[in-house]
Write a protein that binds this ligand. Structure first.
Ligand SMILES: Nc1ncnc2c1ncn2[C@@H]1O[C@H](COP(=O)(O)OP(=O)(O)OP(=O)(O)O)[C@@H](O)[C@H]1O
Ligand SMILES: O=P(O)(O)OC[C@H]1O[C@H](OP(=O)(O)OP(=O)(O)O)[C@H](O)[C@@H]1O
Length: 208
């Protein structure tokens, strides 16, 4: 059995949370997330690749990585052919529609929406009977309504501080978000035993 497992780890805010969760669940990770070395192998013969969060799904679907850790927002947006295996219950936030005008969703049938998540934004508006023109942005999405680029945004909400600091408000909550373990389908068949061991470890309830 091929014992090497290649794991896509998201850089940025999720890196520490994922490693902390894996260690807390009893999967000791002896790699250095602060290092600029993008591929690190530990003594379990696990190979870790540090990738941009929005690229985790691509590395897993393409089979470069057997498994990966990614936000459910990315899973819903990318709609790739992968297995979603475990909710780690970290990276918890929400997807919301936000803007300046608190009844624009009720009074307008056509709006402009700025978002990092064009598919999620378009689908949400369609479901509400609203025709949306999507303006794709890759960050600081809150600028959209402030500079006349869009009427509203579809973006992540955790504490609300960014919206509040920019005089925007939540107009509609769409869904909850958290970090998930995903797997390449062929890898899951080929390395089922080792991947199921990780699923078991992550599913175990450990004292906080
Ligand atoms: N403010 C937040 N609070 C909690 N979790 C968040 C927040 N923003 C993003 N996340 C979660 O962390 C994941 C990665 O977000 P992060 O901001 O670290 O990446 P990024 O800088 O947006 O990089 P990329 O553009 O590749 O997504 C998101 O997909 C989401 O699941
Ligand atoms: O509700 P809050 O706690 O304010 O968090 C929400 C903010 O966090 C994310 O931004 P990020 O920090 O990832 O920067 P970005 O806008 O460049 O994506 C997201 O895009 C929101 O702007």
């Amino acid at each position: 059995m091929n014992s090497r497992l290649t794991i896509a780890l998201p850089k940025g805010r999720l890196a520490q949370q994922v490693l902390k969760k894996l260690n807390a669940q009893g999967l000791p990770i002896t790699i250095n997330p602060s290092s600029r070395v993008l591929i690190q192998t530990d003594e379990n013969n696990y190979e870790y690749m540090f990738v941009k969060p929005s690229d985790v799904i691509t590395y897993v679907e393409e089979g470069v990585c057997d498994i990966g850790f990614v936000g459910s927002d990315s899973i819903l947006e990318e709609r790739k052919d992968i297995y979603e295996l475990v909710d780690l219950k970290i990276g918890v936030c929400k997807m919301v529609i936000a803007g300046k005008d608190n009844d624009i969703l009720e009074k307008s049938s056509t709006i402009r929406v700025a978002s990092k998540y064009p598919y999620i934004a378009k689908t949400a508006c369609t479901d509400m009977g609203i025709n949306a023109t999507i303006v794709k942005l890759n960050g600081s999405v809150e600028l959209g309504p402030l500079v006349g680029l869009s009427d509203v945004i579809v973006d992540i909400y955790e504490t609300g501080n960014t919206l509040k600091a920019n005089n925007l408000q939540v107009l509609k909550e769409l869904f909850d978000i958290s970090t998930r373990l995903i797997a390449n389908k062929a890898s899951f068949r080929r390395k089922r035993q080792i991947i199921e061991r990780i699923i078991t470890i992550l599913d175990e309830e450990v004292s906080p």
